[in-house]
Design a protein around this ligand. Structure first.
Ligand code: NAD
Ligand code: MN
Length: 355
């Protein structure tokens, strides 16, 4: 029995997370050993309107005993984004020290990439994002507010322990993949302190992984390489800010933001890890039933892998791919007309072994 926390949050999060729950329930009905106990949390913008905070102060305690968290989106049209983001998603990521953000990207059957690829398999990446410090550490402030002499700072914090652990994790992920190749993304030409340490630690950790080939790329050059030579990349590791940007680029190159999944992982398993589609609340389509649930379903598959349910994860991924392969089951973001409910039902049907 796995205890799963559901946090739909805001906007289309409230549409795709129930769809994800339906998928997990369907899987559990088909596999006798697989059982879930779901707990839903109504945190987010509506909670904020009532309580002036995105989640209760002691909210992490309620999540602590869970095996995993399935998260929708934090972002409300009437609340500033830095409040919704820091008050909910980052509070959980940081409180549970989910220091590795993992973003697989590949082009699913039936989905068109804006790139002209010779083979779909030419784009098959995992981006590992440092998720606990760096540019998003929250250190900084503003003084002389509103005056001509106003000053504002956001300090990037890199710790040796923080860089060592993300490099080690990235090398492990690279080693688990067929190509066993890691690209360390950096900007040590312009940022000559923290990024130089980042490079040095990468080099040092590489010695623990003699079976992994690795190279180094400046982040600006990495964007061009992703577009022009996607087949030369496999696993990438980058800082919080760099990987944030690179992974949105990756999602767009793979066809749509609506498909891309992510996991916020505590590799030491001291706390529950959190899985979510990478898209946000999508104000322009919320409430219409048009949201693409595939990013959430792929996140559910990542969650199953994390729970060591490899066979169920594979079964779910195969069902997802059988559905994306049929363009009549594409949602509007992919140029189709299918609804969230139709895609969800189709994936449930595809979970059954083919006759
Ligand atoms: P967004 O991802 O919400 O939307 C960008 C565009 O992609 C929109 O046109 C939207 O309709 C489309 N889109 C996204 N997901 C889709 C899906 N599943 N199916 C179909 N179309 C989809 O990004 P944004 O507009 O920059 O942000 C809106 C709000 O969401 C903001 O408040 C932002 O802070 C928040 N946000 C939250 C997260 C998160 O919680 N992880 C991530 C990104 C944005
Ligand atoms: Mn982002």
């Amino acid at each position: 029995m796995y205890k799963i926390a559901l946090i739909p949050g805001d906007g289309i999060g409230k549409e795709v997370i129930p769809a994800g729950q339906q998928i997990l329930q369907a899987l559990s009905g088909m596999e006798s050993h697989l059982d879930f106990e779901f707990s839903a949390f109504d945190w987010g913008g509506d909670y904020y309107r009532l309580h002036h905070k995105m989640m209760p102060d002691e909210g992490l305690n309620a999540l602590k005993g869970m095996d995993a968290i399935l998260f929708g989106s934090a972002g409300d049209p009437d609340i500033p984004d830095h409040i919704t983001l820091w008050g909910l998603r980052l509070k959980i990521c940081q409180g549970f020290d989910q220091y590795a953000n993992v973003r697989p990207t590949r082009i699913l059957p039936g989905i068109e990439s804006p790139l002209k690829l010779k083979h779909q398999a030419d784009l098959d990446w995992v981006i590992i994002r440092e998720n606990s410090e760096g540019e998003y550490s929250g250190v900084g402030g503003r003084v002389h507010a509103g005056l001509p002499i106003e000053v504002a700072t956001d300090l990037s914090m890199m710790t040796r322990a923080g860089v060592e652990r993300i490099m080690r994790y990235a090398f492990k992920v690279a080693r688990s993949r067929a190509k066993k190749h890691l690209t360390i993304v950096t900007k040590s030409n312009a940022q000559r302190h923290a990024m130089v340490m980042w490079d040095e630690i990468g080099m040092q950790i590489s010695q623990e992984f003699p079976d992994v080939r690795w190279d180094k790329e400046l982040v600006d050059a990495a964007t061009a390489r992703m577009v022009n030579r996607p087949q030369t990349l496999d696993t990438m590791v980058a800082t919080n800010l760099h990987a944030d940007i690179l992974s949105d680029l990756a999602a767009a190159l793979a066809g749509s933001l609506g498909i891309a999944p992510t996991g916020n992982i505590d590799p030491e398993r001291r706390y529950p890890s959190m899985f979510e589609p990478i898209h946000g609340s999508a104000f322009d389509i919320m409430g219409k039933g048009w949201a693409n649930p595939i990013g959430t379903f792929w996140s559910c598959a990542m969650m199953l892998e994390h729970l060591n349910e490899q066979a169920s994860a594979k079964r779910l991924m195969q069902a997802i791919e059988r559905v994306t392969a049929q363009t009549r089951l594409h949602t509007r973001d992919l140029g189709g007309l299918a609804t969230t409910a139709q895609v969800t039902q189709a994936v449930i049907d595809a979970l059954q072994p083919s006759p």
